[in-house]
Design a protein around this ligand. Structure first.
Ligand code: SAM
Ligand code: SF4
Ligand code: SF4
Length: 347
């Protein structure tokens, strides 16, 4: 069941409220995951274009006035942003923001987990695609596997109310590890979330035959543990959640084969302040220009509200309707506008 929209916030043309904001705090990353940043070189956003903490704090207040209740900090790799805990403490002061979470690759988490928790972060999602260090070397060009595992352990010690583990499942890469990853998560009290490989901007090696579907993932799990029960929940979260007979809960994000655009209440803010209406959206609203050009909060509220009212994006559903589905953007198109990259717009 879908909860009714807030009485005063804008709703879009498909009657979806704006309640969720993903904020990319940097476009830089210390990994090179093959499904996100496979290229040898990238062009980065100019440093002076990146929103300051004060600007992000102001933007969060503006979005809260529009009905946003959930914020997720992401990137690029958000823990590369110097002193992220300070931003967390600024956002935590907004009473209207009931939920704040972070998505990280975990490489730098061990050092920062306690400070982030103290600053008011309650939930963290760590991306981990493999339990084999040599695979991470091959697929993310990093030897920091042990650091990610230490980061997860540090998050457990820091007392977060929820720790999730994101795994993008790719045929021929890590589809043989789904069950091991599920057990790894269960043993540590994390909720595993298996994500279908998406043809987002940046995934220049994407091919449909590498997508392991939700159906296949559930078959794999049921083959080992017996029948899997779907948890029917009200809400707008992207993951469908399931339970094993022993109570272990895990999620699957079926964005590629069974997209959920009809319930999408998420807007995105790029690290340089462009507000995007959809992960696949092409045009955005330049909030940085408004922020730095002296616009009042009321003016910015109105600009965002009217952009949201005009929204009819359903990018993943449109992709799924294509008869001949290939990659979304070729490298030349990504180089022409780096905001098309997943790592710039925030996953
Ligand atoms: N660097 C952080 C991380 O990896 O957790 C945060 C940003 S990353 C873009 C956010 C999430 O997007 C990660 O869980 C990552 O696995 C996921 N992601 C990136 N590219 C993807 C793709 N092509 N298909 C599905 N998920 C993807
Ligand atoms: Fe991997 Fe996240 Fe970096 Fe993309 S932004 S390359 S998913 S760690
Ligand atoms: Fe929302 Fe766009 Fe993702 Fe669909 S593709 S769920 S509309 S962000």
């Amino acid at each position: 069941m879908i909860a009714p929209p807030l009485p005063n916030g804008p709703t879009d043309r498909l009657k979806r409220p704006l309640r969720n904001l993903r904020i990319s705090v940097t476009d830089r990353c210390n990994l090179r995951c093959r499904y996100c940043m496979p290229e040898a070189e990238y062009a980065w956003l100019p440093r002076e274009s990146i929103l300051t903490f004060e600007e992000i704090d102001r933007v969060v207040g503006i979005f809260a006035a529009l009905g946003v209740r959930k914020v997720r900090l992401t990137g690029g790799e958000p823990l590369l942003r110097h002193d992220l805990a300070t931003l967390v403490s600024l956002i935590a002061r907004h009473d209207a923001i009931a939920d704040m979470a972070l998505t990280t690759n975990g490489v730098l988490l061990a050092r920062q987990a306690a400070a982030l928790r103290t600053a008011g972060l309650r939930r963290v999602t760590v991306s981990l695609d493999t339990l084999r260090p040599e695979r991470m070397q091959e697929f993310a060009r990093s030897a920091r596997h042990a650091d990610v595992v230490s980061g997860i352990d540090a998050a457990r010690s820091a007392g977060f109310s929820s720790i999730k583990m994101n795994t993008v499942v790719i045929r021929g890469y890590n589809d043989d590890e789904v069950l091991d990853l599920l057990e790894f998560a269960r043993d540590r009290g994390l909720e595993a979330r298996f994500i279908e490989y998406m043809d987002v901007g940046g995934a220049t090696g994407w091919a449909m035959d590498q997508v392991v579907s939700q159906r296949e993932i559930l078959e794999l799990v049921a083959g080992r543990y017996g029948p899997v029960r779907e948890l029917r929940e009200a809400g707008w979260a992207p993951a469908q959640r399931f339970a094993l007979h022993d109570g272990t809960v895990f999620g699957v994000i079926a964005s590629t084969t069974a997209p959920f655009c009809r319930t999408c209440d998420r807007g995105r803010l790029t690290a340089d302040g462009t507000f995007l209406l959809c992960l696949y959206g092409e045009v955005g609203l330049d909030l940085r220009e408004l922020l730095r050009g002296g616009a009042s909060d009321g003016e910015i509220v109105e600009r965002i509200a009217s952009a949201w009212r005009a929204r009819n994006d359903r990018g993943a559903e449109e992709r799924a309707e294509l008869a001949d589905r290939g990659i979304l953007h070729r490298i030349e198109s990504l180089r022409a506008d780096t905001r098309r990259e997943m790592h710039t717009r925030g996953g």
